[in-house]
Design a protein around this ligand. Structure first.
Ligand code: ADP
Ligand code: MG
Length: 245
């Protein structure tokens, strides 16, 4: 049965979607069967992995579609995802909808990665309750520690309220700039507080990572030799080493 990993952070623009699509591409290239679920109404992961998709979102029909990359499928964000978000919000029983929808397809994959919106709303809670792990991308900036503590606190509340435990697949530091003393400080502070949980791999700020989506490409298609690509390859290996697949 697949390891199901929610990629979440209550902040926007920290590299969640970039992490999902590029880790997924490298997990698939490593020969693992991988599924991405686009659980963010912004649909950024879908515009890279399934740019021509016009079907329903995961809550409408949990039907994976193939991507250009072998071993990599996606359940894209349909135009109906915003409607489902409203409907789910209004129904207190609706936190485990994704969990039950995925039950039938979990056996088909080794790793499932779920991209989330930038808040812990009903869509993120559905993802977390369908997952056994959470991966938290953190941007190397001044408030990183505060943001992370807040995030971990919220995760604990969700685990407690819904009696569902989610292990930490890791904290991935993104948009790292080697020459900035502040970035180095953030990294050492986070490594001190979370010694075994921060990925060894740092994701550098790399313009190729920002440019790839405008060509509807993952980084391994767009510029496999770029620094960002090499980093996501290493992060994918680290992630797989910590999983049961
Ligand atoms: N390591 C990186 N280097 C350069 N640009 C990046 C990097 N990671 C993400 N970006 C860019 O930053 C913006 C926000 O990233 P994104 O993955 O969409 O964040 P989120 O999903 O958390 O909102 C996007 O324009 C993306 O292309
Ligand atoms: Mg995103």
């Amino acid at each position: 049965m697949a390891d199901c990993i929610t990629v979440a952070n209550q902040k926007g623009g920290v590299g969640k979607t970039t992490t999902v699509i590029n880790l997924a591409a490298y997990i698939a290239k490593a020969g693992k069967r991988c599924l991405v679920i686009d659980n963010d109404p912004q649909g950024n992961a879908s515009s890279v992995l399934a740019p021509d998709y016009e079907g329903p979102c995961v809550y409408g029909s949990a039907t994976p579609v193939k991507t250009r990359i072998a071993n990599l499928d996606v359940i894209p964000c349909g135009a109906d995802l915003s409607d489902y978000e409203l409907r789910l919000q209004q129904d207190s029983q609706s936190v485990r909808v994704m969990q039950s929808l995925l039950a039938d397809i979990r056996d088909l994959y080794d790793v499932i990665l779920i991209d989330c919106p930038p808040n812990l709303n009903i869509l993120s809670i559905n993802a977390l309750l369908a997952s056994n792990k959470v991966l938290i991308p953190i941007q190397c900036e001044y408030y990183a520690m505060e943001g992370l503590s807040q995030m971990l606190g919220s995760l604990e509340s969700i685990e407690h309220d819904f009696a569902h435990s989610v292990g930490l697949a890791g904290i991935l530091l993104t948009m790292y700039e080697d020459y900035l003393a502040l970035n180095q400080q953030v990294v050492s502070e986070l490594r001190q507080h979370f010694p075994n949980q921060v990925f060894q791999t740092l994701i550098p700020r790399d313009v190729a990572l920002a440019a790839a989506p405008s060509h509807s490409n993952t980084i391994c298609e767009y510029d496999p030799l770029s620094q960002g690509s090499v980093a996501y390859l290493a992060a994918a290996k680290e992630l797989l080493d910590g999983l049961r697949v």
